[in-house]
Design a protein around this ligand. Structure first.
Ligand code: FEO
Length: 164
């Protein structure tokens, strides 16, 4: 693969790893704030992002490239509400989607259909994750500042996401 595509894939390794640590930080915040359902949700999201990162590392190496294990950005850790938490989630997913689309664009420009094909899995994954993030944020916006609503949201988040 050409250097430009390898560099973009290595950037993506960092973005997935950053997302994994960001969601770990959000899980930890939720745990400390008494939202154990939300904490479980973000611990699981963090694991997923780690898996996305590893999939890229292996792909780059198996294709004769060299995966770079990056230094990560410091994740945000100070959230003032569940809304802020889920806004951060959606923003993070939208950023990742944008970067994936950038890779797809460069693959098409350079007629690299192997990487293009590999990245389709990420396109589908992003559609799902963005949709989950939007739905949960919509629910929180309806709930507003209602404490009972937050309690029920936290209690039901596993079934809310499983049903979607
Ligand atoms: Fe793997 Fe949701 O970014």
């Amino acid at each position: 693969m050409i250097a430009e595509i390898q560099d973009l894939l290595n950037d993506q390794i960092k973005y997935e790893a950053n997302a994994s640590m960001q969601y770990m930080s959000m899980a930890s915040w939720a745990e400390n704030t008494g939202f154990s359902g939300v904490a479980n949700f973000f611990y699981a999201q963090s694991e997923e992002e780690r898996a996305h990162m590893i999939k890229l590392v292996k792909f780059v190496n198996e294709r004769g490239g060299k995966a770079v294990i990056p230094q990560l950005d410091e994740p945000s850790s100070d959230f003032d509400s569940l809304n802020t938490l889920f806004e951060t989630f959606l923003k993070s997913e939208m950023f990742v989607t944008e970067q994936i689309h950038k890779i797809i664009y460069v693959c098409l420009e350079n007629k690299n259909y192997n990487v293009h094909n590999f990245m389709q899995w990420y396109v589908t994954e992003q559609l799902e994750e963005e949709s989950v993030a939007r739905d949960l944020l919509d629910k929180l916006n309806i709930i507003g500042n209602d404490k009972t609503g937050h309690y029920l949201f936290d209690r039901d988040i596993a079934s809310i996401t499983a049903a979607e």
